[in-house]
Design a binder for this molecule. Structure first.
Ligand SMILES: Cc1cc2nc3c(=O)[nH]c(=O)nc-3n(C[C@H](O)[C@H](O)[C@H](O)COP(=O)(O)OP(=O)(O)OC[C@H]3O[C@@H](n4cnc5c(N)ncnc54)[C@H](O)[C@@H]3O)c2cc1C
Length: 483
C-alpha cells in the first residue's frame, strides 16, 4: 500500500517507523524543514517499549540509543500540591498488584499511617513496591537499567525521559535506512479532494504532487489534512482548563538533587510545573490556564518558582510560550486520512500520554493494515472505536488529577471544584469503594465502570490515582487481611 505520512515530528516518524516494519508498504514522509515540530514531549510512558519492539530496529535495544538521546530512566510520576497544598502522591509504573493487595488495602485506608490519603499512598509505594525500593537505592542510569537485565525485563514498568528533537531525528535516520521509506523536504500547499470528500492528491508548495492510498496526518495542531476532509474535533476545554505553556531547558544547578528517575509535577495557582530530568539538562515549564492568569504573570510565577525551588536567577530564565488545544477526533480515520499525534488527540501534558497514544494509534493501524490488498470494510470503524475508548479513558484519568483535588485557593482550582463528576468517574469511584482490591477491583470492573472496552491505564493506575487523593474503601472492607 502507498502511504503518505505528512509531518516529521515525533508522531510522523513514529508512524513511519511502525508502518514501514511491513515491507509491503511504500511510505513517503513529508518533513518540511520550513515548519519546526513542537519540540516538547520528553517524558514517555512504558508503552514506548511496546512501540519499539514493533518498530523492529535493533538500534533501539541496549543503552547506546539512550545515551544518544540524553535519556534517563523514568520509574514514576510525582504530583505535589495536587490533592492539597503540601501533599504528594505518586503514580508508579509497575503493577502494584504484583505485591500483596492486602498491603494496598491497608494503605488505602491509612492503616499504620498517621495521615491517610496522599501521604499514606506515597509512603506505601516507597516502602512496598519494587520500584519504590529500587528508587531508594539512588539514581539509576540507563546503563544500569540495561546491564542489570532484571530491571529491563520488568520493563513493563519502565519508561524514559529523552530529548524530543533527537528522538524524532533518530527515528528518521532509522526509517530512512529501510528501502520502503523516502522523505521529502516539502510542505502541503493544497489538499485536492475527490467528489466523495476523500483526498485525491496533495499539491506541494513550490510544485509537485503526492498521491497515496492512505494519508497519515501528523501535522500537529494544524491538522492540515483532517481539517480539509472535515474530521470533527471535539474540544474538551470545558473539562481541562489549561491551554498554554511557558517552557524552558535549564542546566543542572545541583545534579544530585535535581536529577531523579521520575517526572516531577508541581501544582501552582493556575496549573502546574513539569520537571523532566534528562542526563545533561532539565526540561521544565508551566502549564497554565490563560483564562485565569495572563501570560506575563504566568511567566513570572514560573520564574519565581524556579528561583525559590532550585535557586535559578529569575532574570536569566527565558522561556518560550506554546499555545495548545485539548480535545480529540471521535473519528481519527475519516475518508482516507488518519490523524496521528497532536492532529488527532491532546489532553494536556500531565501523565505524558500524547506520544504513547500516537504510537498506539500507529501500531494499531499497522496491525489492521497487515494484510495486503484493499482495506477491508469495517477496518476504519474498528480502529476509530478502539482509539476513541483509549482517548476517553485517558481524558477521564487526566481530569481526575484536578477533579479530585481539595484545593480551592484560586479561581482555577475553584472551577475544578465546581465541576460535577462524570458518570464514568462516579461509577468508577463506587466500584473502587465497594470492590475489594484483593478480589474485585480488576481490569474488567474498571472497564465496566468506564463503559468502555479499552483503557491504556490499568486498574492499578486507577487505584493509585484514587489513593493519591485520599479516596478510601468502604469501612466494611478495611483490613481484609491483617498486615
Ligand atoms: C507543553 C507541552 C508538553 C508536552 N509534554 C509531553 C510529554 O512530556 N510527553 C508526551 O508524551 N507528550 C508531550 N506533549 C505532546 C508531544 O509534544 C507531542 O505528542 C509530540 O511531540 C508529537 O507531536 P506531533 O508530531 O504530533 O506534532 P509536531 O511536533 O507539531 O509536528 C508536526 C509536523 O508537521 C509538519 N507540518 C506542519 N504543517 C505542515 C504542512 N502544511 N505540510 C507538511 N508538513 C507540515 C511540521 O513540519 C512538523 O514536522 C507535550 C505537548 C505540549 C504542548
Amino acid at each position: 500500500m502507498k502511504i503518505a505520512v505528512v509531518g516529521g515530528g515525533t508522531a510522523g516518524w513514529s508512524a513511519a517507523a511502525l508502518l514501514s516494519a511491513n515491507a509491503a508498504h511504500d511510505i513517503t514522509v513529508l518533513d518540511p524543514s520550513s515548519i519546526a515540530p513542537i519540540g516538547v514531549g520528553e517524558s514517555t510512558l512504558p508503552y514506548l517499549q511496546v512501540s519499539h519492539r514493533a518498530m523492529g530496529f535493533s538500534a533501539l535495544l541496549g543503552s547506546q540509543w539512550l545515551k544518544d538521546l540524553d535519556a534517563t530512566v523514568k520509574l514514576t510520576i510525582s504530583f505535589e500540591h495536587f490533592h492539597r497544598i503540601g501533599s504528594t502522591w505518586i503514580h508508579p509504573f509497575t503493577d502494584p498488584y504484583h505485591i500483596d493487595r492486602g498491603l494496598i488495602v491497608a494503605a488505602v485506608n491509612g492503616y499504620g499511617h498517621p495521615m491517610p490519603g496522599a501521604s499514606a499512598q506515597m509512603g506505601f509505594i516507597q516502602a512496598h513496591t519494587y520500584f519504590g525500593k529500587l528508587q531508594s537505592k539512588g539514581f539509576i542510569t540507563p546503563e544500569d537499567w540495561v546491564a542489570q537485565n532484571r530491571y529491563a525485563k520488568l520493563a513493563a514498568g519502565g519508561a524514559f525521559h529523552l530529548d524530543a528533537l533527537r528522538y524524532a531525528a533518530l527515528l528518521k535516520r532509522l526509517c530512512l535506512s529501510r528501502t520502503n521509506v523516502t522523505s521529502m523536504d516539502a510542505s502541503v500547499g493544497a489538499v485536492r479532494q475527490k467528489p466523495s470528500g476523500a483526498i485525491d492528491h496533495l499539491s506541494l508548495l513550490g510544485g509537485g504532487r503526492l498521491e497515496a492510498d492512505l494519508y497519515i496526518d501528523c501535522t500537529g495542531f494544524s491538522a492540515v489534512l483532517s481539517e480539509a476532509v472535515g474530521a470533527v474535533w471535539e474540544s474538551v476545554s470545558d473539562q481541562l482548563l489549561v491551554d498554554h505553556a511557558w517552557v524552558v531547558q535549564l542546566p543542572y544547578r545541583d545534579v544530585d538533587v535535581q536529577r531523579f528517575n521520575r517526572t516531577q509535577c508541581t501544582a501552582l495557582t493556575h496549573g502546574w510545573v513539569f520537571h523532566i530530568p534528562l542526563a545533561s539538562r532539565i526540561g521544565t515549564g508551566y502549564i497554565y490556564a490563560s483564562r485565569y492568569i495572563d501570560h506575563d504573570d504566568a511567566c513570572e510565577e514560573l520564574r519565581t518558582y524556579l528561583a525559590q525551588r532550585w535557586g535559578y536567577v529569575p532574570e536569566r530564565i527565558e522561556p518560550r510560550r506554546i499555545a495548545f488545544k485539548t480535545g480529540y477526533r471521535p473519528k481519527l480515520w475519516h475518508h482516507n486520512v488518519v490523524a496521528i499525534g497532536l492532529s488527532g488527540f491532546f489532553c494536556e501534558p500531565i501523565e505524558s500520554t500524547a506520544i504513547a497514544l500516537g504510537q498506539m494509534a500507529a501500531l494499531e493501524l499497522s496491525r489492521l493494515l497487515a494484510l495486503s490488498g484493499p482495506i477491508p470494510d469495517g477496518v476504519a470503524e474498528r480502529f476509530n472505536a478502539l482509539m476513541l475508548d483509549q482517548h476517553l479513558s485517558v481524558l477521564t484519568f487526566v481530569q481526575w488529577h484536578y477533579g479530585l483535588s481539595e484545593r480551592r485557593d484560586s479561581a482555577f482550582w475553584r472551577a475544578y471544584g465546581d465541576m460535577p463528576m462524570s458518570s464514568a468517574q462516579q461509577a468508577l469511584m463506587t466500584c473502587f469503594k465497594q470492590a475489594p482490591l484483593t478480589h474485585g477491583f480488576d481490569g474488567k470492573r474498571v472497564l465496566q465502570a468506564l463503559g468502555l472496552q479499552h483503557s491504556m491505564f490499568h486498574e492499578a493506575s486507577w487505584a493509585m490515582l484514587m489513593m493519591g487523593y485520599g479516596v478510601r474503601q468502604a469501612q466494611s472492607l478495611t483490613l481484609e487481611r491483617a498486615v
